[in-house]
Design a protein around this ligand. Structure first.
Ligand SMILES: [Zn+2]
Length: 51
């Protein structure tokens, strides 16, 4: 089972790759990419975040 699915809509032929904090994550659409980017930014700015 793939762990790269961003949401229930799944990854199709239109899957795109976005870089988040040095990682590359595949998402199905730009909407998901933006949502993941915002989540990553929130995590990165968290004072207790490690690595
Ligand atoms: Zn999605």
């Amino acid at each position: 089972m793939k762990k790269t699915t961003c949401c229930d809509c799944g990854l199709g032929a239109d899957a795109i790759s976005v870089k988040l904090g040095g990682r590359t994550v595949e998402v199905c659409c730009e909407e998901c990419a933006r949502a993941l980017g915002e989540a990553e930014a929130a995590t990165a700015s968290a004072p207790a975040a490690k690595d």
